[in-house]
Design a protein around this ligand. Structure first.
Ligand code: GLY
Length: 340
């Protein structure tokens, strides 16, 4: 604590006036220290918030953070890893997003290329791969021996349990597909059947503010383990996975994406801050809105105001770690918030 106060004092003299906003700054979901440090290096060298978010999240994609970001994680029912990512520019309100991306490792960079090199905001699946190939990204398998073994165990030993099917026959609680719909069929998927935790629905979500006060936000994930092929979660959806607006700040979310995307929690957190709420209160409101309807959901929101104040809120786990780096620190710092 003493060190932090001393750091703040030095920063006040060396870099900013004490009443200046605390920028540049970056905040990241979970304990993704290497990504945050990379983003900070970009910001500290005078780089843009968008570059910080892209390069920071790329580190997690390369390092396969928690097995839930990047290639070789969360195989779908066919054993294939597909990626979702988003990047949003709070200065222009432009968005690049990619969903169910196949055979390309650099999901957030593909999203950045959609933002920079097309009029569109969101490309998906096989045709997003085609776009990426045209932009020069290598096409390669996202399957690894680890993801292959994970899928084999799920399919051959665990009889395709858990899965995300409902009201189909044969009984998805006992058998593998293919399934067909059945009004009298079996009802399975709810959050209590499929274990939703940080190793199943984890996302790197990042919000950065650069020295010019420009806000960038972004996400990257390989989604939900054993998802139905074609599934896209909350992470690439603007306002769900992340949102940024220079006039206010930014926010990003992680957790059970199938539920969370119904509530646009990042958008809500930014709108709450616009109405004057603190980042912590804004994140709490976004999380509480979901919990009202889905008391068992697991997820978290981080929020960053344009003056560098930040906060987080979470639900369905004991506590949620997030990482921050600003001028007062020489290392990225993990903080924790207790969940509702
Ligand atoms: N939050 C990541 C996902 O559910 O896809």
């Amino acid at each position: 604590m003493k060190k932090l106060l001393f750091g703040l004092l030095i920063a006040c003299f060396q870099y900013v006036k004490c009443d200046d906003p605390n920028i540049p700054i970056v905040i990241t979901t979970w304990n993704f220290l290497n990504s945050t440090t990379k983003a900070w290096e970009v910001l500290n060298a005078g780089g843009s918030a968008l570059d910080a978010v892209e390069q920071g999240a790329s580190v997690c994609e390369e390092q396969q953070c928690d097995g839930t970001v990047g290639y070789g994680g969360s195989p779908d029912e066919n054993g294939e890893t597909t990626l979702d990512a988003l990047i949003m520019d709070g200065k222009t309100m432009n968005v690049g997003a990619v969903g169910a991306l196949r055979q390309v490792k650099n999901a957030i960079s593909v999203a950045r290329h959609i933002l920079e090199h097309s009029y569109h905001s969101f490309l998906v699946g096989e045709l997003a791969t085609q776009f990426a190939e045209e932009m020069g990204f290598p096409i390669e398998s996202l399957t690894t021996p680890k993801s292959k073994n994970l899928w084999k165990k799920w399919h051959n030993e665990d009889n395709c349990q858990p899965n995300f099917w409902m009201k189909v026959t044969p009984d998805p609680k006992k058998y593998c597909g293919p399934y067909s719909k059945s009004e009298k069929g079996y009802h399975q998927a709810s959050t209590s059947d499929v274990k939703v935790d940080r190793y199943n629905h984890d996302t790197i979500g990042m919000v950065a503010i650069d020295k010019n006060g420009d806000v960038g936000a972004g996400t990257s994930t390989n989604g939900a383990k054993f998802k139905i092929p074609g599934r896209i979660g909350d992470s690439p959806i603007p306002g769900a996975g992340a949102y940024a607006d220079n006039a206010v700040g930014g926010a990003s979310a992680t957790g059970d994406g199938d539920v969370m995307l119904r509530f646009l929690p990042s958008f809500l957190a930014v709108e709450e801050m616009r109405r004057g709420a603190s980042p912590t209160a804004a994140a709490e409101t976004a999380v509480a809105r979901i919990a009202e309807h889905y008391p068992d959901f697991m997820g978290a929101v981080v929020a960053l105001a344009k003056d560098g104040r930040y906060g987080a809120a979470c639900h369905g786990i004991h506590q949620f770690p997030f990482v921050v780096h600003d001028l007062t620190q020489d290392k990225s710092r993990t903080e924790h918030v207790l969940c509702s």
